[in-house]
Design a protein around this ligand. Structure first.
Ligand code: HEM
Length: 467
């Protein structure tokens, strides 16, 4: 184990269960702050919120049941569709049955390893532009600058998605998108969050015109991309051309514009917001663990010898990848995956009534006391020594259960972009880490907060200095 492992920021751990009312109020603020210590030992959790049950599969066996063996009984819930529908319609993340199968089949070629290899050039080049921008700002700022890392990482990942999947530059619109998406999730009517989390919905509602305005700004950007492509579909082989070429199921003609935009939207948001958060958390963790940061920089310097990283380097940077994997263990970008039981079922001897909410919660699973050693500690070696022979005399890590670690979900609904994201993350971390060292603003409070994705509640203002 690394010498300076530390316990990174997390909400205070409760010693006992909250009363139902307190649990609801806490869940509305931050759902990952609601579980008592005992939840981190449990293999299956059941909580009744007044008339409705919320169950959490919290062991490899129960996760397998929900996401693999009985997956047909656990579709995405209507409530999740209500919360995200205005943004992404009935696109792949939310759809079920034949519609989902068709959408997944259509998009799969865009994620083939040969495509990811091609995309890696754009990923590295986009990261290099970000590095260049930081350099210019540092020169103007007299040696160092402070930037909000969530926003910085969203800028680079949004640009990567647009360039690779839609062959289009986002440029200064990246900031509009970041701000609008943040506004959208902040302004979502609270009732939609409550439904999404399986909470009762009788609590006061917040107005939603802000969400609609944010959505309109996002749609404007996506619409422009679609319009610019119309008539030029054959000139490109990217995801946007694939989506435009798919005929309408009923008429065989062109599909409605909104349907195409929804599909574009899901790749855009699922494809950049998650990776951006994971990267922002990675920089935070590195800034708090000097010996990990040193090994991270040393590997980058040794492997790249000052040149820009390429696809082949991803496999040669196992420590960089392990740091990223450990960041997603501690801060899973999607901290809770919710489903609804279609029919009555039994899990771990417990009856699951039809209509119950059933969730898999990477936040809990990744910190489970029975599945991980020192689960709250930041220790990339638990992933590193799965890839690299441990030094003589060091005990190899115990093999870990595949379903103890599910940042990308699992089963048929697993993330279609997992390889894309891993490649992109290593290339971005290596490009920026080659030139810069990042430091959290001293005394800044860090609190992970679940708002669809796991974001730092007060942001992550970080100082960037040349190495
Ligand atoms: C670190 C980055 C990422 C993380 C942690 C992540 C996580 C996830 C998770 C947990 C799911 C499953 C949700 C569920 O079961 O309810 C999912 C699904 C999905 N992700 Fe990702 N994702 C990442 C990057 C990406 C990228 C880069 C793309 C596309 C470019 C993408 C596109 C999607 C899509 C379309 C789905 C829906 C798949 C389906 O239902 O068949 N994701 N992602």
């Amino acid at each position: 184990m690394t010498t300076d492992t530390f316990i990174p920021a997390m909400p205070p751990r409760l010693s006992k269960r909250l009363s139902p009312i307190k649990a609801i109020l806490q869940a509305r603020r931050n759902v990952i702050a609601v579980w008592p210590e005992e939840a981190y030992f449990a293999s299956f959790l059941a909580q009744k919120f007044f008339l409705r049950w919320l169950f959490i599969a919290n062991s490899p066996r129960t996760v397998r049941h929900v996401l693999f063996s009985n997956v047909e009984n656990y579709p995405k819930s209507d409530e999740m569709k209500n919360a995200l529908g205005p943004l992404i319609g009935n696109s792949m993340l939310l759809s079920d049955g034949g519609t989902w199968r068709r959408q997944r089949r259509n998009a799969t070629p865009a994620f083939h390893v040969s495509r990811i290899k091609q995309f890696s050039e754009t990923m590295a080049a986009t990261a290099a532009e970000q590095a260049e921008r930081w350099g210019q700002e540092i020169d103007q700022g007299g040696g160092q600058i402070e930037l909000e890392m969530g926003e910085q990482m969203a800028q680079v990942t949004a640009e990567v998605i647009c360039r690779t999947m839609f062959s289009s530059d986002l440029g200064d619109k990246a900031e509009v998108i970041y701000q609008s998406f943040t506004e959208y999730i902040d302004a979502l009517r609270q009732v939609e969050f409550d439904e999404f989390m399986g909470l009762p919905t009788w609590l006061p509602k917040r107005p939603r015109p802000r969400a609609r305005r944010a959505l309109a700004r996002i749609n404007q950007v996506l619409d422009a991309m679609i319009h610019a492509r119309r008539g030029h579909e054959d000139e490109y082989q990217d995801l946007l051309s694939i989506l435009l070429a798919v005929p309408d199921e009923d008429t065989g003609g062109d599909r409605p514009h909104d349907e195409i935009r929804d599909e574009l939207s899901v790749f855009f948001f699922a494809g950049h917001e998650t990776t951006a958060n994971a990267l922002a958390w990675t920089w935070y963790l590195l800034s708090q663990a000097p010996s990990v940061e040193k090994r991270f920089h040393d590997e980058i310097d040794r492997v790249l010898e000052g040149r820009q990283p390429a696809y082949a380097d991803v496999a040669r940077l196992p420590y960089v990848l392990s740091v990223f994997e450990e960041a997603m263990r501690l801060y899973p970008p999607i901290p809770i995956l919710t489903r609804k039981a279609r029919a009555e079922d039994k899990i771990a001897g417990k009856t699951i009534p039809a209509g119950s909410f059933v969730a898999v919660c990477p936040w809990l699973l990744h910190r489970h006391r029975g599945l991980w050693r020192n689960p709250d500690h930041f220790d990339p070696d638990r992933f590193y020594y799965e890839k690299v022979e441990p030094p003589a005399g060091m005990e190899p890590p115990k093999p870990r259960h595949k379903l103890a670690y599910v940042p990308f979900g699992a089963g048929p609904r697993t993330c279609i972009g997992a390889s894309f994201a891993r490649t992109e993350a290593v290339l971005i971390l290596a490009t920026l880490g080659q030139r810069y060292r990042l430091r959290l603003r001293p005394g800044h409070p860090v609190e992970p907060q679940s708002r669809l994705t796991l974001r730092p509640r007060h942001g992550l203002p970080m100082t960037i200095e040349r190495r």
